[in-house]
Design a binder for this molecule. Structure first.
Ligand code: PHE
Length: 356
């Protein structure tokens, strides 16, 4: 009988060592399977006498029952610990802080555009918006830009499908086409019934044109300070007697408000644009801070060329004004001390979230 006890003990041990249900089924086969220990003990019974068979058979049956109950106990234990592990894995730690809903913020360039609109708004400027796909007429020709001007070349301008070979469609290279678009609308509104000159140009009374036009612009250009898509903000003030001194006053006032500092100087550096005469590049210089002492270009500007005034439908003998085109991306870089323009357009949330 000892040998049967030893068998039960070793079954206990084997089942105890089985770490998974599959291990346990393998261990079961060893003891209770067709080729297992119990089966072979049963086979040996045939050699015994009837009385011996009875006693021996009963003993083997007891051992078998003991092994089966050890098996069931182990099965239950494995199932219990599996359930426990699952419960632990899915456990909720109710003491953890909650997850907040993320909150968005405006892009730094959008913040700049909002600022520009607010400051010029306070000076009585309207805000106009126009198409990014332009015609050759509005982007160049109406702005007094000659057919052979280098800006028209494929190296600078993205041409798109549509239009014709003599009047192609393109992605606007600046916001200046809005000078023409806005002025034409403005003049149309006020000229109704009024007398036109022989050329069809309007010289009657109308409220001044005072508008800014911010938006996206495109040029074939890409490095740390140029992106193929960038922003501009056009400014236009046309009236009876609007001169260069008004441009100087308005732009200086704008820069002081924008940078919240009186500690900056402006320089109007003579330049050339086909649509203004005279023309000037506007540079600013901070007196203090990390950029102190350096002249930085922020806008092109000038007195609106008489040919452009004509293309607005206005009589240049009566109407005169100034225009400027500034770079909001550049203004954003200066305001926040960002040295690479491309950071604005990479969409990296770690960079952008600093401006919330
Ligand atoms: N459109 C010019 C540019 O893109 C800027 C400008 C605008 C210059 C208005 C003069 C007047 O560089």
């Amino acid at each position: 009988m000892n040998e049967l006890n030893a068998l039960v003990d070793s079954a206990h041990a084997a089942f105890g060592q089985a770490a998974t249900p599959a291990d346990l089924e393998n261990a079961k086969a060893l003891f209770l399977g067709k080729a297992g220990h119990i089966t072979s003990l049963m086979k040996e019974l045939s050699a015994l006498s009837v009385d011996e068979k009875k006693a021996r058979g009963a003993a083997i049956n007891l051992a078998k029952q003991a092994i089966e109950s050890a098996l069931n106990a182990r099965r239950q234990a494995l199932a219990d610990s599996e359930l426990l592990a699952q419960l632990q894995a899915e456990a909720l730690d109710v003491s953890l802080p909650g997850r907040r809903r993320g909150h968005g913020g405006l892009h730094p360039v959008s913040l700049t555009l909002e600022r520009i609109e607010a400051i010029f708004g306070s000076m009585g400027f309207d805000v106009a918006d126009g198409p990014e796909i332009e015609t050759d007429w509005f982007n160049f020709t109406a702005l007094n830009t000659p057919q052979d001007h280098p800006a028209r070349s494929m190296h600078d301008t993205f041409y798109v499908e549509g239009g014709s070979s003599t009047a192609p469609h393109l992605l606007r290279t600046h916001t200046s086409p809005m000078q023409i678009r806005h002025a034409v609308q403005h003049v149309k509104r006020y000229r109704a019934g009024a007398q036109a000159s022989s050329e069809g140009l309007f010289s009657g009374d109308m409220p001044e044109i005072r508008v800014i036009a911010p938006g996206r612009t495109y040029r074939v250009d890409s490095d740390a300070t140029h992106s193929p898509m960038f922003h501009q903000c056009e400014g236009l003030w046309v009236g009876d007697n609007i001169s260069f001194k008004d441009l100087k006053f308005v732009f200086t006032d704008f820069c002081r408000s924008f940078f919240e500092s009186d500690d900056l100087m402006l320089r109007f550096r003579p330049s050339f644009f086909p649509f203004t005469e005279p023309s000037a590049e506007i540079d600013i210089r901070f007196q203090t801070g990390p950029l102190a002492g350096r002249w930085l270009e922020v806008a092109g500007s000038g007195q609106v060329h008489p040919n452009v005034i004509r293309n607005m439908g206005l009589e240049p003998e009566r109407y005169i004004g100034f225009a400027f085109g500034m770079g909001p991306d550049r203004l954003t870089m200066l305001r926040y001390g960002v040295s690479d323009l491309r950071l604005f357009f990479d969409g990296d949330i770690r960079f952008l979230s600093q401006f919330e």
